[in-house]
Design a protein around this ligand. Structure first.
Ligand code: DAK
Length: 257
C-alpha cells in the first residue's frame, strides 16, 4: 500500500512504522490515523510479521493530535468523526507493539506510545499530557493509562499542570522500560522486536492478551483468564515443539500453530 503520512517497512520477522509528518512534529491528523490503522490491519494478517515497532523522528514521536484539525470542531462534529474507533483498533492489535520514542511524545502522541505494549525512549524523549493548556483534557486514554503506569499523584501533576517529563523520569516512573542514546533508539527497538519475533506467535498473542486483561478485571478473574490461555497453548504444535526442543537440547522451530 502507498501511504503519505507513515512509512512502513518490513524486516525479518517484524515491521517498522514511522510516523511521517515531520513539518508538524508528527501531529496526528485523521489521515495519519487512517493510514496507521490500515497498516496495522494489513500487518496483523501477515504471518511473517510477529511484532511491530512504531516510531517517529529525532524531534518528535508525535506532538499530539492535530490541533489545527480540532480547533473549530463542535462536540457533534467530534462525535461524528468517531476517532475512538481507530484508537480502539490500535488497542486491539493482536501482535506486540513497541513504541520507540525520541523527542516529543505529547498529548495524543504520549497516548499513542502508551497504547503500545512496550516503550523504549531515547535520551531526547519528552512525555507529557499538555491538553490542559489548550482547554481540554486527554481524550485517548491519557488519564487512564498514565495513571496506571505512574500512579495517581504523578498523573495528576502531569495532566493538571501540563508539565513534561524527561526520558529518565519516564523510566523511573515505569513508563519507559529503557532509555538509550538517541543514535541507538531504533537499533534497540529493532533488537527487542527481533527477540520477540523469534518467539512462538500464538503464545505471544495470548500472553499479550492476558497482560492487557489485568487492566480491567479483578485478580480472581484475571488469573482465571491467564489459566485458560495457558491451557489453550497445550493444544498448539508450538508448545509440543518448544518443550520437545528443550528436552532434546536444540533450538525450537516454530510453526505459529
Ligand atoms: N498539532 C498541530 N500542529 C502542531 C502540533 C499539534 N499538536 N504540534 C506542533 N505542531 C506544528 C506547529 O504548529 C508548527 O507548525 P508551523 O507553525 O511551522 O506551521 C510545527 O509543528 C513546529 O512546532 P513549533 O514551532 O511549535 O516547535 P517548537 O519546537 O517551538 O515547540 C512543542 C515544540 C511540541 C513544544 C510545540 O509545538 C507544542 O506545544 N505543540 C503542541 C503540543 C500539544 O499541545 N499537544 C497536545 C495536542 S491535543 C482523541 C484522541 C486524541 C486526542 C484527543 C481526542 N479522541 C480519540 C477523541 C489528543 C489530543 C491532543 O493531543
Amino acid at each position: 500500500m502507498n501511504y503519505s503520512n507513515i512509512i512502513v517497512t518490513k524486516e525479518n520477522g517484524y515491521a517498522l512504522i514511522q510516523l511521517n509528518r515531520p513539518d508538524v512534529l508528527n501531529a496526528i491528523n485523521i489521515a495519519l490515523m487512517k493510514e496507521l490503522v490500515d497498516a496495522l490491519d494489513e500487518l496483523e494478517k501477515e504471518d511473517d510479521v510477529r511484532c511491530v515497532v512504531l516510531t517517529g523522528n529525532e524531534k518528535a514521536f508525535a506532538a499530539g493530535a492535530d490541533i489545527k484539525e480540532m480547533a473549530d470542531a463542535s462536540t457533534v462534529e467530534m462525535l461524528r468523526r468517531d476517532m475512538f474507533s481507530r484508537w480502539d483498533r490500535i488497542r486491539k492489535f493482536k501482535k506486540p507493539l513497541i513504541a520507540a520514542v525520541g523527542g516529543y511524545a505529547l498529548g495524543g502522541g504520549c497516548e499513542l506510545a502508551m497504547t503500545c505494549d512496550i516503550i523504549i525512549a531515547s535520551e531526547s524523549a519528552k512525555f507529557g499530557q499538555p491538553e490542559i493548556s489548550i482547554g481540554v483534557i486527554p481524550g485517548a486514554g491519557g488519564t487512564q493509562r498514565l495513571t496506571r503506569a505512574v500512579g495517581k499523584y504523578k498523573a495528576m501533576e502531569m495532566v493538571l499542570s501540563g508539565a513534561m517529563i524527561t526520558a529518565e523520569e519516564a523510566k523511573q516512573w515505569g513508563l519507559a522500560v529503557k532509555v538509550v542514546p538517541n543514535e541507538y533508539l531504533l537499533e534497540e527497538a529493532k533488537n527487542l522486536a527481533k527477540t520477540i519475533a523469534s518467539k512462538p506467535p500464538v503464545a505471544l498473542q495470548l500472553g499479550k492478551e492476558a497482560i492487557l486483561k489485568a487492566f480491567d478485571t479483578t485478580i480472581e478473574s484475571g488469573l482465571e483468564f491467564e489459566r485458560k490461555n495457558f491451557y489453550m497453548l497445550f493444544s498448539t504444535e508450538d508448545q509440543k515443539e518448544g518443550m520437545k526442543a528443550f528436552v532434546e537440547k536444540r533450538k525450537p522451530e516454530w510453526k505459529g500453530k
